[in-house]
Design a binder for this molecule. Structure first.
Ligand SMILES: Nc1nc2c(c(=O)[nH]1)N[C@H]1C(S)=C(S)[C@@H](COP(=O)(O)OP(=O)(O)OC[C@H]3O[C@@H](n4cnc5c(=O)[nH]c(N)nc54)[C@H](O)[C@@H]3O)O[C@H]1N2
Ligand SMILES: Nc1nc2c(c(=O)[nH]1)N[C@H]1C(S)=C(S)[C@@H](COP(=O)(O)OP(=O)(O)OC[C@H]3O[C@@H](n4cnc5c(=O)[nH]c(N)nc54)[C@H](O)[C@@H]3O)O[C@H]1N2
Ligand code: SF4
Ligand SMILES: [Mo]
Length: 747
């Protein structure tokens, strides 16, 4: 370790990256790598004379943008991680979190060996076990559940690349109940809204052509705090090129600070604003008439339906003045079709989220931005054949059977739904007896954590596969330590983008402690369960080689290049003279949806009011900080130095009214009496008076996370109420209201 950069040096760099963010258009820490080089020279770290430098390709796992990078080592010791210059997902620059990715490897609090619970569930008493013991324990329990209840009674919750092996394992075992919180707690409503409108989803990374956009409308999307790499780079470029930004946010976000218009909307009323925009764009004929005529279905119904939604109608609801609604609608019209109404990503807000996002999709359709430069491009994905396995056994039941007639347009399993269906209820049989939880900290991630605990208490088997002793691992029967992404191979990254690429993650370091890569864990478990025909490969290198061969590539090439570009498969934009086709029932962009109508939902979005906070209470809003990813980095020894705890943003007048001083620790209590740890008040004009804001991912409750334990507050503890989207089952979580309590000092 003597020759690697010290933590302090890393932090300075992270801090500088952030300075760039606050100061202007330079939103990325492009200077960070240069500075690292400089410091490396000072430390005598450069050149083979001082040690042998090596590079190995990686794909970042600190968030799900999946930037490709290089891990630099000196004499096998960690030095730094930089972006891969040939990767269109990062353009050679990682965000500050990715740069701090070494912290995931270095964290001394990592899980070190398999653990088997010894006392009652939740009491956190475990004994260390060998891999053999731990996997035998799981295999025996899973076989028993399959015999007694059927394999469908085991569900997988997963988030992150290694989840793919466990999906495969579960399907081979006979269950299709695979859920990710990134659907019903994140972007599910967006995918369904765009599917209904355009016949395709937005996908990840988003197909947004921000780089070429002339007018960008951000409705709650807090780019710059939401640090999804190339989106932020393109946003900075677009601002630098003089593009118009319209930001709708009750909080003066980083994005708002780069905007021509900041619309500090009353939370929960965005749909009213969007309907008024549609009204103006239609009435003032600001829409793309030819595009709408050729490509859309239901324009007249839409026009009739939004007649009533005038800016004057929207004003008292949203608090946005009518002339501002008109002016911003005209800006959008002038720049069309290079006007991009950003579809958002985390969109599970108020329970009518599919309809709200659909209103944005309709705006994009009217402005003709779908399939056009500066709007949404048509993504290209590399043609890399899947590994050929024998067919999976047919699953007899699915999570859907627990919800007859509900959430008809959910295309993926609901993490929250599986949790509900694990609780005994007179309405349904208790369907789930076993949970495998890979890389998702359900107690922070799902709303209503008490319900999650009650559900877990009904299980015959709970396995957590994690890097860290996150809260979920404290409830598990068996805890399996995965090694960090820097110590393992993973499946190829074949993400959609402007150009089709394949990227490789290879191990840069030997596996630390008694941890193992996900692929190894899933395979060993499969072998113990008699599923060897589904694991014909022995190492992931064999598996990768087979897949790459199918695309005319090799592992050696990927190891050398990290990222390989393959031929383009479709044009990015609609071509002149070619009539586009849409995978919707009408074959057109559906402004009016017969599918929604057939299920009894509004075929064009209609406004319904949401509950407002009672007196003395404020709506709880939450979001991201540039140097953290949820709770997965809040114990990272490098990233915690940039931000160690969260604060609660409180409007200056509200703070005065409640006698709260800036920097004072307070406790947040919600409408149901749920309370947080103490959290620092940030008294600011940058937020409306009717809401407060916290960054999600802090306030860890597990003391094994020594840096994160009780640092700041966890918003999930206050999300005791949800409003469920009837269309697809997403859990609207911004429907909770909080008040403040003083921290009583111990005498
Ligand atoms: N209250 C509230 N809830 C939310 C949100 C919110 O803002 N507020 N956001 C929602 C959104 S948008 C999303 S996408 C979801 C995200 O939810 P999750 O993806 O579940 O996010 P985390 O809570 O960070 O959980 C990540 C877990 O993965 C573990 N981990 C990290 N690296 C590895 C690894 O390499 N291998 C393994 N096996 N485990 C690893 C971490 O230790 C941690 O336990 O949460 C949703 N839920
Ligand atoms: N640094 C960092 N970046 C990340 C992540 C991370 O953990 N860390 N996570 C990634 C993931 S998985 C996701 S899904 C995205 C999430 O990021 P986004 O999709 O951009 O954000 P949201 O969570 O929808 O929204 C947060 C913003 O919405 C505002 N807001 C709250 N309520 C309302 C409202 O009623 N109306 C309007 N108009 N605005 C409102 C908040 O003030 C805040 O600015 O970020 C991604 N990027
Ligand atoms: S955006 Fe940042 S954290 Fe996310 S994958 Fe890229 S470098 Fe890693
Ligand atoms: Mo998300």
């Amino acid at each position: 370790m003597a020759k690697s950069l010290s933590r302090r040096e890393f932090i300075k760099i992270g801090g500088l990256g952030l300075g760039g963010l606050a100061l202007g258009g330079g939103l990325m820490n492009s200077c960070a790598n240069m500075l690292m080089e400089e410091q490396a020279v000072q430390l005598g770290l450069t050149g083979a004379a001082n040690g042998s430098l090596a590079l190995s390709p990686t794909v970042c796992e600190i968030c799900f943008w999946k930037c490709a990078g290089w891990v630099h080592t000196i004499d096998g010791q960690p030095w730094k991680i930089t972006g891969n210059e040939h990767d269109p997902s990062c353009n050679g620059r990682l965000c500050p979190r990715g740069t701090g990715g070494l912290g995931a490897y270095l964290d001394a609090d990592r899980l070190r060996t398999p653990l088997i619970r010894t006392g009652v569930r939740g009491k956190q008493t475990f004994r260390e076990a060998t891999w053999d013991e731990a996997l035998d324990f799981i295999a025996i329990k899973m076989k028993k559940i399959a015999e007694e209840h059927g394999p469908e009674c085991v569900a997988l919750f997963t988030h992150g690349s290694g989840g793919s092996y466990f999906k495969h394992l579960l399907r081979a075992y006979g269950s299709n109940n695979i859920a990710a919180p990134s659907y019903a707690q994140c972007r599910g409503p967006r995918e369904e809204a765009y599917m209904l409108t355009f016949g395709e989803g937005v996908y990840s990374p988003e197909r947004t052509d921000i780089r070429n956009s002339k007018c960008l409308v951000l409705i709650g999307s807090h780019l710059g705090e939401n640090m999804h790499n190339t989106q932020v780079q393109e946003f900075a470029d677009m601002v630098g090129n003089g593009g118009t930004v319209i930001t709708v946010d009750p909080r003066y976000s980083v994005a708002a600070s780069k905007s021509k218009y900041w619309l500090p909307i009353r939370p929960a009323t965005d749909l009213a604003l969007m309907l008024a925009w549609i009204h103006v764009i239609i009435e003032e004929q600001l829409f793309d008439q030819e595009y709408v005529k050729n490509n859309t279905y239901g324009f007249d119904e839409l026009r009739q339906s939004v007649k009533k939604y005038t800016p004057e109608w929207a004003y008292p609801i949203t608090t946005i003045k009518p002339h501002i609604i008109r002016e911003t609608a005209r800006e959008m019209g002038w720049q069309k079709p290079a006007t991009l109404v950003h579809p958002g990503r985390h969109v599970t807000w108020y329970g009518d989220d599919t309809q709200r996002v659909r209103a944005g999709a309709i705006l994009n359709a009217l402005l003709g931005s779908w399939g056009r430069r500066g709007g949404f491009y048509y993504p290209n994905k590399a043609a890399v054949p899947k590994y050929k396995y024998p067919a999976y056994p047919a699953a007899k039941r699915s999570w859907r059977d627990a919800f007859p007639g509900k959430y008809p347009l959910a295309n993926l399993a609901l993490a929250s739904g599986i949790c509900d269906a694990t609780l005994p209820s007179p309405e349904r049989d208790c369907s789930f007896k076993g949970w495998l939880v890979y890389g998702t900290n359900l107690l922070m991630t799902l709303p209503q954590p008490k319900k999650t605990i009650a559900a877990m208490q009904n299980l015959d088997l709970l396995v957590a596969i994690d890097l860290m002793p996150a809260e979920i691992t404290g409830w598990a029967d068996v805890v399996l330590p995965e090694c960090s992404y820097l110590e393992r191979y993973d499946d190829l990254r074949v993400s959609p983008g402007r150009v089709p690429t394949v990227a490789l993650r290879a191990p840069a370091f030997k596996t630390k402690y008694n941890s193992r890569p996900g692929w190894w864990i899933a395979r060993e478990l499969g072998l113990k369960m008699g599923l060897e025909k589904y694991f014909p490969w022995e190492t992931l290198e064999d598996y990768l080689e087979t897949r790459l061969k199918g695309a005319g590539l090799s592992l050696a090439e990927l190891k050398e290049k990290g990222v390989v570009e393959l031929p383009q498969r479709q044009p990015l934009y609609f071509e002149d003279g070619v009539q586009p086709e849409f995978d919707t029932p009408s074959g057109k962009i559906e402004l009016y949806s017969d599918v929604l109508a057939s299920y009894g939902f509004d075929p064009v979005p209609q406004y319904t009011a949401h509950e407002e906070p009672p007196d003395g209470y404020y709506r709880l809003l939450y979001g991201r900080a540039p140097t953290h990813t949820f709770g997965r980095t809040t114990n990272n020894p490098i990233l915690t130095e940039t931000m160690a705890e969260n604060e609660v943003w409180i409007n200056t007048k509200v703070a005065e009214l409640n006698g709260i001083r800036n920097g004072e620790y307070i406790i947040l209590a919600n409408q149901d009496g749920a309370k947080t740890n103490k959290i620092k008040a940030k008294v600011t004009e940058r937020i409306r008076h009717d809401c407060v804001y916290v960054v999600h991912g802090f306030g860890h409750q597990d003391k094994r996370l020594r840096k994160a334990f009780l640092r700041g507050a966890d918003d999930a503890q206050l999300i005791t109420k949800v409003k469920i989207d009837p269309i697809m089952g997403g859990t609207g979580m911004r429907v909770n209201f909080v008040t403040f309590e003083k921290v009583v000092q111990a005498v």
